[in-house]
Structures are given as C-alpha cells and as structure tokens.
Design a protein around this ligand. Structure first.
Ligand SMILES: Cc1cc2nc3c(=O)[nH]c(=O)nc-3n(C[C@H](O)[C@H](O)[C@H](O)COP(=O)(O)OP(=O)(O)OC[C@H]3O[C@@H](n4cnc5c(N)ncnc54)[C@H](O)[C@@H]3O)c2cc1C
Length: 444
C-alpha cells in the first residue's frame, strides 16, 4: 500500500538519478515517493545474477571528478572503504595489433605509413588553424557544426579516419556528419599537440590520459553496490513494480494503471521519449533518436584472454565495437576459474535488424579474445534500450524546448535518459542532486 496519494514530490525511476534525488529530498524532510517499474533499484547501473555469474549492463567504471559527487559517495553513502581505485588498461584493436588508448597519443604503435599519415595530416591541420585569418575561435567547441567537422579540423584526416570517426560511428550507430558536438566535453578533449607528436615517435606502455585513466569499482557485488547504498537509506520511499502509464501535466497527476498520485513537483528520470508519450505532449515528441546496445555476456577460462579492462574495435568490418573483462574491474566478478566478458554491438533504434546474433559475431569473438570458440560459454544476451541518447544536429534545440515546456509544468527531468544526455553515473547522480536542490530552493 503506497502512503498518501498527495505528495509534494513524485519521482519516476529508481536509477542513480531518481535514487539520488529521493535521498536528498528525504534528508530535507520533503514528502516524496519514487515509482519504479521493475522490482530492483539501480536501472542501468544494476548487476545481474545468472546462475553463478554476476555482471553489470556492460562495464560500469565509476569516474569521479566532482567534489559534491565524491562527498556524496565516499562520506554520505559511506562507500570509501568499499570502492577500490582501478587502473584503466584499455587498448584499440587495429590491424590485429593492440594499440594503447588513447589512439592519438600512441601513434608510434601504428604501421609506419599510417603513423606518417596521422602525423602529417595533424600538422597540416594545426598549421591551418594557427594561420586562420578570420576571427573564428577553433578552441571553442560551438565553432564546429558536426562531430565530423570537429575531427577533421582538429585531429586531421589520419587520426579521424583510422579511429575517431569509425569507432564513434559504430558506437553511436550514426554518421559522424550527422552528429552534433554537445556530447563531447570531457569525453573527447581537445588534442594536446606535444603529446600527439611525442607519442608518434616514443612508445609508452601506459598513458594516464583521458577522463577515465583510473576509475572506482566496488570490492564486491558489482556496480549494484552503489545503487544499493543509496536505496538502503530510502527504502520507505521507493515503490517497485509501479510502471507509470500516464501523466496529466495540467492536473499534476501520475497514473500507474488505475492508481493515481497527485504531485506538486515531478522529477522524471525515465527515458524522455517514453515520458513524452505518457503526457499530452506526445504529439510533439520531436523525433528524439537513440541507439540500442546489444550486450553479449560470455564466460571464458580465467586469465586466458588479452589482459585489458576493455578493447575498442573501430574497424567497420567488425560488428563488435568493444569487449571488456569484468574480472579486471574486480576479481570478485570471476567465478570457478572463469572470467566474464561483455561484448557490445549497437544499432540505431529504427534499424534493430542490424543488431547481430551470437552466431554472426562468433568469429570476431574468437579472433579478439584469442580463444577457441568451444572455450567460450554464452551466458546471456541483453538489449539495453535506450543505450545512448543520440546527439543529432538538432539535439540541442529539441531537448531545450522540451525541457522548457516541462519546467513550466513543474516537471524536472534528470539523469542520462530523463534529461536525454550522454551522462556517466557521476553525471546522473549529480543531475539527481541538482533536481532535488531546485525543489528544496523553491520550498524556501
Ligand atoms: C552500455 C552502457 C555502458 C555504460 N558504462 C558506464 C561506465 O562505464 N561508467 C559510467 O559512469 N556510466 C556508464 N554508463 C552510464 C550509466 O549507466 C548511466 O549514466 C546511469 O546508470 C543512468 O542512470 P539514470 O538514473 O539516469 O537512468 P536509469 O538507470 O535508466 O534509470 C531509469 C529508471 O526508470 C525506470 N523506468 C523506465 N520507465 C518507467 C516507467 N514507465 N515507470 C516507472 N519506472 C520506469 C527504469 O526501470 C529505470 O530503473 C553506461 C551506460 C550504458 C548504456
């Protein structure tokens, strides 16, 4: 029985964003309930148990850069002792060789002609930028119309065509010329000139570059440990198996089948296209786009595959775009002398027929893991939908106008899917905290 049908705040979705909002609102004594359609907390940041195997919905490496998020996780949730700092050991598979990540800082690992192409084209691009005669500021991301233009104008043809464009086109299931730049920020930093040139001639084993050189991961229990830590303090607010089936924005009512909840403020962390369909704004769903990640989980003999946390596979001939090994996130995810690997493929949500079957990727798995296929045991196949909200060229206008319409109705969207952004777990937690702060401020 859910307490009180009249709530100050109703939150939709018990992923990290919804859970974090509820946690903070509870601390302020603000009357809140959280409705979740499944029977567990965590959303995309959950850990699945299948037979003796434990795995996340592909690798979930926790990167922490925000002091507020760190304070929340380490102190308020008291996870300081439970989270272990793990070194990223990631590589790129190219021409049957593993090249250390990031690609642009390790060009010396390429065949000579490819290395030369990358360096020459990068130098030409930089020369052109230095001698730009108009007032355009190439350091400003908003200068670039598309991801493709950013790549060619900052990295040059070689790095763009060998890695940046093919890898991202596979991951996002979208052509680089059709992708905007708003998602890039910390994920694709502006190239460092010295590091590119040095890395083209000097081989380095490990380079702590990029936003994810180190990450945190729970000692045990998979990434679910993080979601559970938030949920543990707000059990009384969270109602499972409550699929929201309608939202009346005018009368401020949420429906779960024939149950109705009135709210003063609504925080939605459920996927934005789904939320719009539940409201009378459905005729204006503004054609949001997303990909679906098909994740294959396999068990392999321990320590017999290449020793990398994850391997990027940019070659368009391969259907797989990334393979990771959970045992290198935490040994607690190995079992019975077996490691669990995740294998990711992606397709645009309007082209699901492009998602491969296990049969169709067996050869690729064999080649990348360097194991005979009879040593590889398929555990599970899961479609993560939506996987990545796609930033097409009109993403900003569409999402901003939807948010404005919703804010006028006292609806705050939060999290990777609620606010329709390329967000990490840290970002989604921060979004949840910010959403609760907005309500706390309004209440004062
Ligand atoms: C393949 C993949 C790999 C990733 N790897 C990383 C990584 O390495 N590091 C990292 O930091 N982040 C990673 N992320 C991102 C991370 O998973 C998300 O940022 C975060 O989990 C999003 O949390 P959320 O609360 O915004 O959304 P969600 O976790 O999706 O939560 C939304 C909740 O809403 C519920 N819901 C949906 N519809 C309804 C409805 N009608 N009624 C009620 N409830 C509903 C869902 O069941 C779900 O529980 C990855 C994501 C993917 C897809």
């Amino acid at each position: 029985m859910i307490k009180g049908e009249n709530q100050k705040v109703v939150i939709l979705g018990a992923g990290l964003a919804g859970l974090s909002s509820a946690f903070k609102l509870k601390k302020q004594g603000i009357e809140t309930i959280l409705l979740e359609k499944t029977s567990i907390a965590g959303g995309t940041a959950k850990t699945v148990k299948k037979n003796e195997y434990l795995f996340d919905l592909t690798g979930h490496a926790l990167h922490l850069s925000d002091d507020i998020a760190k304070e929340f996780i380490f102190n308020e949730l008291n996870l300081g002792k439970e989270l272990v700092a793990v070194e990223r050991k990631s590589v790129i598979l190219m021409d049957d060789e593993f090249i250390p990540y990031p690609f642009q800082y390790n060009l010396s690992y390429l065949e000579e002609n490819k290395r030369n192409l990358c360096v020459i084209e990068f130098l030409k691009t930089n020369y052109k930028n230095l001698h730009q005669t108009d007032n355009t500021n190439t350091n400003n991301l908003s200068f670039y119309r598309s991801f493709e233009q950013f790549c060619y104008s900052t990295l040059g043809k070689g790095i763009s065509e060998l890695f940046m464009i093919p890898y991202n086109e596979k991951l996002w299931a979208t052509k680089a010329k059709d992708m905007g730049i708003e998602w890039m920020g910390k994920y694709v930093p502006k190239p460092n000139f010295e590091k590119i040139i040095e890395g083209a001639f000097v081989k380095k084993e490990v380079d702590g570059s990029g936003y994810n050189a180190h990450f945190y991961y729970p000692k045990s229990g998979g990434i679910q440990t993080l979601s559970n830590a938030i949920y543990g303090d707000i059990r009384d607010l969270v109602y499972f198996n409550q699929e929201v089936t309608g939202v009346d924005l005018e009368n401020k009512e949420v429906f779960c089948g024939n149950k109705k909840y009135k709210y003063q403020y609504l925080i939605s962390s459920i996927p934005l296209p789904e939320f719009l369909k539940l409201t009378n704004l459905s005729d204006k769903d503004r054609n949001l786009k997303w990909n679906v990640v098909r994740a294959f989980f396999v068990a392999v003999p321990s320590k017999k595959t290449p020793p990398f946390t994850w391997i990027y596979v940019p070659d368009p001939k391969n259907k797989i775009y990334r393979i990771g090994n959970f045992s290198l996130f935490s040994p607690s995810l190995s079992t019975n002398n077996e490691d669990v690997l995740y294998i990711e493929c992606s397709a645009n949500h309007e082209e699901l027929e492009k998602l491969p079957t296990y049969e169709q990727i067996k050869d690729e798995i064999e080649k990348i893991t360097q194991l005979d296929i009879d040593k590889i045991k398929l555990i599970e196949i899961i479609d993560i939908c939506p996987g990545y909200p796609i930033y097409d060229l009109s993403w900003k206008e569409k999402v901003n106008s939807i948010k404005k319409d919703l804010e006028e109705k006292d609806v705050i969207v939060a999290g990777r899917y609620g606010s329709w952004k390329y967000e990490s777990m840290e970002d989604s937690i921060m979004d949840g905290i910010i959403a609760s702060n907005l309500i706390i401020q309004k209440g004062q």
